[in-house]
Ligand binder design. Structure first.
Ligand code: ZN
Length: 503
């Protein structure tokens, strides 16, 4: 068999696995957007049948043979072919090295864990949830061992979401970020402008959903989201799924919090633009899938924060917003609107956090996860460790575990190692932003004209078109000429928020 024939058969098989995954995503989207309650059980059976078919295709012996054949001729592969083979090897090992019994046990534990977490959170009862977390940690350790990463289980967790990422690399970045960010947050919080921002936000009331919907659709289309290849609907929690020619985003509305729906839609649009920008012909191989969660999150954060919280963006959209909501915005000055868009207020709850303090919530979780996996922290001591870290980092101490260690769903189904990608995404976004500004200093003037095409075109070329050919850290180096650093994020936060709060 020639290399090209083997490679072609490999990609055909891998694309089929990916397609089955996309069908699963579509079932998941439908479940959250349309499914009548009576259909829940049928849907669970559909998910299970599909997952079985997908696992069968992903672990087929023939795929292993093709991989060996291609790996033996590694020297003759092109760089693109090598990237594809490396990715297939990762997925194939994951599909074949984990025993079926273990996968079943982990899935069942994940579902039990989710329900146990929901109960524990409602009752503010950490003790009842602790055995579940202990079991989840044990399964994570097992998983790392099966994958040959038993000596560095937390690295194995990070690597699942961001290929190649290690705890040591994250720790270095987060330590530096923490050093510079904690004093900045303290200074902003102490500023009298912080209270003003809260007061302005409280004035935004009574924004009809239909008009909010019309506005955010105009905005997201102007940013470049192609509605002939995607759509936006309503769900309980906003998300984005699908890829290529069929990207599904969701948002949610609150008549008394119009900026929430807008910014969460813009966030999901960032994810959607990335998925729409991946090379369609290569969907499903490393050349046509995203580069990991940190890079994905950088795309959503860049559009949500650097772009949509800028003065240029609002110079363009403010007149339209006021025209849609004349009564609601009558008493609001342009400066007040800008303040509401950039309100900073430390909160105990991560998902409610503004873009400045958000990062500290992630540092907190990373530090605790790292200690849990290193055996330096016992699950039963988590609540106290959480309170101490929250006081140190966020400046607030939760009175209940519901507002502390029980607030996030992630650990309940064993998704350790996911949190860092949120903060790394913010760092990458800021670093990309300054690179874009260096190339096109008048970027905000583009925005003020309602023109976002240069930025999108640049991201398409520099980020989207590469798929997963490079790791997050490699990609940042290639695009910006420098290693990933927290300094661009610190600089961006100082510049934008310093100008508002520390005048
Ligand atoms: Zn996101």
């Amino acid at each position: 068999m020639t290399i090209d024939a083997a490679f072609s058969e490999l990609t055909t098989r891998v694309k089929r696995v990916h397609t089955l995954g996309l069908i699963g995503e579509l079932l998941g989207w439908d479940e959250q957007v349309n499914l009548p309650p009576g259909g829940a059980e049928q849907r669970a059976a559909q998910h299970a049948a599909l997952a079985e078919a997908q696992h069968e295709a992903a672990s087929a012996a023939r795929l292993g043979e093709l991989l060996l054949e291609l790996e033996q001729q590694d020297a003759t592969l092109s760089a693109d072919q090598r990237a594809v083979v490396v990715q297939v090897r990762r997925d194939f090992d994951r599909a074949t090295k984990l025993p079926a019994d273990f996968v079943r046990e982990k899935a069942a534990q994940g579902s039990r864990g989710y329900h146990a977490w929901a109960r524990a959170k409602a009752a503010d009862n950490f003790a009842g949830y602790a055995p579940v977390l202990e079991k989840n940690l044990e399964l994570a350790q097992c998983e790392a061992t099966y994958l040959g990463r038993g000596a560095a289980p937390y690295d194995a967790m990070l690597d699942k979401f961001d290929p190649g990422l290690t705890a040591a690399a994250v720790e270095k970045l987060f330590t530096e970020l923490k050093r510079d960010l904690v004093p900045l947050v303290r200074a902003i919080t102490a500023s009298p402008v912080a209270a003003q921002a809260r007061a302005v936000n409280a004035k935004l009331r009574g924004f009809p959903v239909a008009d909010q919907q019309a506005f955010l659709r105009e905005v997201t289309a102007a940013l470049g989201f192609d509605y002939t290849r995607g759509r936006i609907d309503v769900s309980l929690h906003p998300f984005c799924s699908g890829t290529g020619g069929d990207v599904r985003m969701t948002t949610r509305f609150n008549v008394d919090a119009p900026l929430d729906a807008l910014f969460s839609s813009i966030h999901e649009t960032g994810h959607g633009l990335y998925e729409q920008g991946l090379p369609v012909a290569d969907l499903g191989t490393a050349l046509g899938i995203h580069a990991g969660m940190a890079v994905h999150e950088s795309q959503s954060r860049l559009w949500e924060n650097q772009v949509a919280r800028s003065r240029g963006f609002w110079r363009h959209f403010e007149p339209r917003w006021r025209a849609l909501f004349p009564m609601q915005t009558e008493a609001l000055s342009a400066e007040e609107l800008y303040l509401a868009v950039n309100a900073v207020e430390p909160t105990l709850i991560r998902v409610d956090a503004d873009e400045v303090t958000y990062n500290l919530h992630i540092v907190l979780r990373f530090e605790l996860e790292k200690k849990l996996f290193a055996g330096e922290l016992a699950v039963r001591d988590l609540p106290a460790a959480w309170r101490a870290a929250s006081r140190e980092l966020v400046g607030l101490e939760p009175a209940t575990d519901r507002e502390g260690v029980l607030q996030d769903v992630h650990w309940s189904d064993g998704a350790f190692g996911y949190f860092p990608s949120y903060c790394l995404g913010n760092m990458i976004a800021a670093q990309l932003w300054y690179r874009a500004l260096a190339l096109r200093p008048a970027l905000e003037e583009d925005f003020a004209r309602g023109d976002f095409s240069w930025l999108l075109g640049w991201l398409r070329t520099e980020v989207h078109s590469h798929g997963r050919k490079f790791s997050a850290l490699e990609l940042v180096r290639r695009v910006t000429g420098e290693s990933l650093s927290p300094q661009p994020l610190v600089r961006y936060l100082r510049e934008r928020y310093g100008a508002i709060y520390l005048r």
